[in-house]
Design a protein around this ligand. Structure first.
Ligand SMILES: Cc1cc2nc3c(=O)[nH]c(=O)nc-3n(C[C@H](O)[C@H](O)[C@H](O)COP(=O)(O)OP(=O)(O)OC[C@H]3O[C@@H](n4cnc5c(N)ncnc54)[C@H](O)[C@@H]3O)c2cc1C
Length: 385
């Protein structure tokens, strides 16, 4: 695949930045469950996190393909883009549906790094994947909204200034279609943490800075509403293709890391007087993962290109996310197997990346829900839920 000079240059620049953050850095952060703030600051300073912000607001106005390549290279270098990826994909909602005032107020600060837009409050403990059943409510009160409810898995909330929040503004039994009555807010967290918003960290199997967020009569200005009241679900859906493509690109980067790591190790490790990689029983799983990764990579690039041409790549973005997350997980498992016992030793980074890579067949959307989308919306099979 021949890539444009711009893409090749982006790859080189991200690789150079990531080289400053080697395995030791990530291992220490992982052990302490600490946010990799230095890495996120470096990404911001370099302009990479503002790739999708138009130039008029201080960003670089790059394509989604370029943004996907940035995320891929971060993962392929052994770093963890989950510390910052939301800024890329949340951006889409603000860019597409935010008012001129909202864009002028927030985008330059986000582009410069003064403001972090890293928190995305959609998931709730009781509704799970069934987003339309969410229970957080926002009730209009003069020139404010009063928010009550709870979110879960709101990653990076402790390290973000802004949160994109999905809440119900009209009760479900008062709307014609169940997709209506939800609204999106851009919440300035600096004004509400400790006065209406409480954040509680959740410790997980990997270092992901995820949290539960509680809203208790949280008052936010009515100007926080993005677009029209009641249309929030539609806005969120339209941003999801970008999110899926970017996450899929991260999975491709992970798969590349695992494949390279396994290949190098298989060449170096000698058992029975020869390199383990001389055995086809060791070679074939690596080769199979490589083929699986390359096939998924084609779908990721194709989905990004459809998106960049202004199309609606619902089918392609979902398939890219499923295939890439499965390719990275297969490569993770293969990499542990290739390393034998050393796959479990922290200093090889394999076990850390293995834990990190496990997430993506579950979140931000699980494989079953993608299969359900393909069944219903692409193949025309009967709706199951
Ligand atoms: C580390 C981490 C970070 C996250 N970060 C964020 C974030 O920043 N913001 C945010 O809003 N959310 C976030 N999430 C939430 C994530 O998007 C959800 O966990 C994910 O979408 C799955 O939802 P759930 O956990 O409620 O699973 P459930 O909906 O309870 O589903 C459980 C299992 O059942 C399956 N299932 C459910 N319904 C069906 C069905 N009809 N047919 C077939 N199978 C079905 C699912 O595929 C899944 O495997 C994060 C999650 C994790 C673990």
């Amino acid at each position: 695949m021949t890539e444009s000079e711009e893409i090749v240059e982006i790859r080189r620049a991200v690789q150079a930045l990531c080289a400053e953050f080697p395995g030791e850095y990530w291992r220490a952060k992982d052990a302490a469950r600490e946010y990799p703030g230095e890495f996120v600051d470096a990404l911001t300073r370099s302009g990479f996190l503002a790739a999708l912000i138009p130039e008029e607001f201080g960003g670089s106005g790059l394509s989604l393909l370029a943004a996907a390549v940035i995320m891929e290279e971060i993962q392929a270098a052994g770093c963890n883009g989950a510390s910052a990826h939301a800024q890329m994909y949340i951006m889409n909602t603000l860019l597409r549906y935010g008012s001129a005032e909202q864009k002028a107020k927030y985008l330059p600060g986000i582009a410069s790094g003064e403001l972090r837009l890293q928190a995305f409050g959609v998931s709730e403990p009781t509704s799970g994947t069934d987003t339309l059943s969410l229970r957080t409510v926002a009730v209009r009160d003069g020139d404010h909204y009063v928010v009550n409810g709870q979110k879960i898995w709101t990653s990076r909330a402790e390290h973000s200034d802004l949160m994109l929040l999905l809440a119900r503004t009209t009760p479900r039994d008062q709307v014609a279609s169940k997709t209506e009555g939800l609204s999106i807010f851009l919440v300035d967290m600096r004004e509400v943490v400790g006065s209406g918003m409480t954040i509680k960290p959740i410790r997980t199997m990997m270092n992901h800075s995820t949290t539960e967020v509680f809203f208790d009569d949280m008052r936010i200005p009515a100007s926080s509403l993005i677009g029209e009241e009641g249309k929030g679900f539609r806005y969120i859906l339209s941003g999801m293709n970008a999110e899926r493509i970017l996450i899929a690109a991260e999975c491709i980067g992970d798969a590349k890391w695992f494949i390279r790591k396994a290949t190098d190790y298989a060449k170096e490790r000698n058992v029975f007087g020869r390199a383990i990689g001389q055995n086809q029983g060791v070679q074939f799983p690596i080769a199979r993962c490589y083929a699986q990764m390359r096939a998924a990579e084609l779908m990721v690039h194709h989905a990004a290109e459809v998106y960049d041409r202004g199309g609606n790549p619902g089918e392609e973005a979902n398939m890219a996310k499923m295939l890439a997350s499965e390719a990275s997980w297969a490569a993770a498992d293969m990499c542990v197997q290739t390393h034998g016992g050393f796959g479990f030793a922290e200093e090889y980074d394999v076990e850390r990346k293995f834990r990190e890579a496990r997430l993506y067949t579950v979140a931000p959307i699980s494989t079953n829900l993608i299969l359900s989308y393909i069944s219903e919306h692409v193949l025309g099979l009967p709706r199951s839920y």
